[in-house]
Ligand binder design. Structure first.
Ligand code: AMP
Length: 544
């Protein structure tokens, strides 16, 4: 497929408001696509470049894009930045600049989808001292060969902000429609394979190929997630429940095969080298090839330390050894996803638990199985007394559903309402905060797009403000007066008193008295609260 065709499809999709129409356009495009283009086409349409399980990152920030476009358009960099700030979107800005390009190159070659992807791979894999120069050279070549419309989508793809609104749900339905298979099968295969591109190739082969998909070693699956709820409501639906402590640490997924071990964070980034002590503990705890799910906590004198201690270790790239002594980490394993070639996600939780207890000798999180509310509440109080965050209650008959925040895992913790939102903008601070960002614009997710729902300016210690600045300063895409907009990559956990309806934000809701609880750099922006769940929270609070 030519890249110009891809750009035209994107621009058509951008003008279509409804999900149904979008799904049918994408379905037709997928049906007509050549097989080799299919995986890349699917990922690109969702604004992604590599499979969700992949460790590869393109590593291109706004600065690379602006430098390259300045060069190609024969402008200076400031002119590019001014154009981005006026357009409020780097894609449109690049499009305008390429349309007014001063010197037209005689030797442009049309780009194909496959070549663009190939160049992205080259950019992602370029390492070493000359890497920035080399990356820039490839980015320039891409923009040099791009039409203005292609430039719009090249820039947005590189910056991870395609803005055409194709989320996982739309793509799942389009794949199902294009190849005549059920959306449930596509969803299930996606949960195991963690790449809709590959799933589409299987869907094309037919339902049997989709149903046969397995989890693969060293391709992390998304973590199963939890909702808020109550013990009483859960016991109304389920005769008995499994309860575990809710550890306040950092999620991990441990993969081991033939003695090779890898550890992944909640964002599915490999963290093996940052926590070799935990890797060694888990490796020694089982003789099997295995994939385990759990939470690492920091412990001192037998009591858990706050979550920040663990994050500090997860972030370490250098000098790991000296930090092992300072903070000792302990894994708590609560699920098993795969063992010795067998994918276990469809087994009921109680069966998985048996397999887990048989296969792993140590570090398995204690569990209470009970149908008695009083007994579960006592377990909850015990968890708090021991310094844990609360408990998780899980439906014993439920499968492991990667990436799903469903009704099968419920978190019970003391009543502080908090919500995870993406940081999409900020205002420069004043006074003591003059060279830092002072107030942050936050967004929830709705059908693959980030929708503003609140601002937060309180709850920050000086350290947290400095940390937020460090994390965000290179992510500025555009600015308007005192406001800047970011490439969305950072997640804040925010406390609030209430959710209100509000015309001030696009999502129609706002938080009352928002305050920062913590910077969640263990979470990715695709994991932030959805608009649907915010509506649910609003409904729940109005009914109590
Ligand atoms: P939250 O981050 O508040 O949505 O709570 C869900 C998170 O709690 C999970 O993603 C895990 O990181 C963590 N967690 C701690 N203990 C457990 C447990 N026993 N089972 C599942 N998740 C747990």
């Amino acid at each position: 497929m030519d890249f110009t065709e891809f750009a035209t499809i994107c621009s058509r999709l951008e003008d279509v408001p409804g999900r149904i129409d979008m799904t049918s356009i994408v379905r037709d495009v997928l049906e007509a696509a050549d097989e080799p283009d299919l995986p890349v086409l699917i990922r690109f349409l969702m604004g992604r470049i590599f499979p969700d399980w992949s460790q590869e990152k393109i590593g291109i920030g706004p600065n690379h894009v602006y430098d390259a476009v300045a060069y190609v358009a024969g402008k200076d960099r400031d002119a590019v930045v001014r154009e981005v700030n006026t357009a409020g979107d780097p894609g449109r800005a690049v499009e305008h600049l390429l349309a007014r390009k001063e010197q037209t190159s005689f030797f442009t070659t049309p780009l194909t989808l496959g070549e663009v992807y190939g160049d992205f791979v080259v950019i992602a894999r370029t390492e070493g001292s000359r890497s920035q120069k080399e990356k820039l050279r490839v980015v320039r070549r891409l923009f040099g060969n791009a039409s203005p419309l292609e430039g719009r989508y090249l820039a947005r793809l590189m910056l991870g902000e395609l803005r055409i609104g194709i989320g996982e749900g739309t793509m799942r339905d389009a794949v199902a429609g294009a190849f005549g298979v059920s959306a449930e099968l596509v969803e299930h295969a996606y949960q195991a394979a963690n790449d809709l591109g590959e799933v589409a190739l299987l869907a094309r082969k037919g339902p049997d190929a989709l149903a046969a998909v397995q989890v693969e070693l060293f391709r992390p699956v998304k973590m199963m997630l939890a909702k808020q709820g109550t013990i009483a409501a859960m016991l109304e639906e389920t005769e008995y429940l499994a309860a575990e402590y809710k550890y306040d640490g950092t999620r991990f997924q441990f993969h081991k095969k033939d003695g090779v071990c890898r550890m992944y964070s909640r964002k599915l980034e490999e963290v093996t080298d940052a926590i070799p002590d935990v890797v060694a503990m888990l490796a020694a705890a089982t003789s099997h090839d295995i994939i385990l799910d759990g939470e690492v906590i920091a412990v001192k004198d037998g009591r858990p330390l706050p979550f920040q201690y663990v994050l500090r270790r997860f972030r370490r790239k250098h000098d790991v050894a000296s930090h092992i002594e300072e903070i000792s980490l302990v894994p708590n394993v609560f699920d098993i996803i795969w063992i010795d070639g067998e994918t276990l996600i469809d087994l009921p939780f109680e069966e998985r638990r048996k397999r887990l207890e048989k296969a792993v000798e140590d570090f398995v999180a204690p569990q209470l199985v009970s149908g008695d509310a009083g007994e579960i509440e006592a377990f909850y109080r015990g968890a708090l007394e021991e310094g844990h965050e609360g408990i998780m209650i899980k439906v014993p008959s439920s499968g492991y559903t990667p990436g799903v925040r469903g009704k099968d895992w419920i978190k019970i913790k003391p009543a502080v309402d908090t919500i995870d939102l993406a940081v999409i903008g900020a205002e420069w601070g004043e006074g003591r905060r003059a060279n830092l960002f002072g107030s942050f614009l936050l967004a929830c997710i709705h059908e693959g797009e980030l929708i503003p729902v609140s601002k937060v300016a309180t709850g920050f210690s000086d350290d947290m403000l400095a940390e937020a600045y460090e994390l965000l300063k290179d992510k500025v895409i555009s600015s308007k007066g005192k406001t800047v907009y970011f490439e969305p990559e950072v997640v804040f956990e925010v406390g609030y008193a209430e959710i209100q309806k509000s015309p001030n934000y696009e999502g129609g809701y706002a938080l009352r008295f928002p305050r920062l609880i913590r910077i969640r750099d263990d979470k990715g922006v695709d994991e932030v609260e959805s608009l649907a769940l915010i509506k649910e929270r609003f409904a729940r609070q109005s009914s109590t």
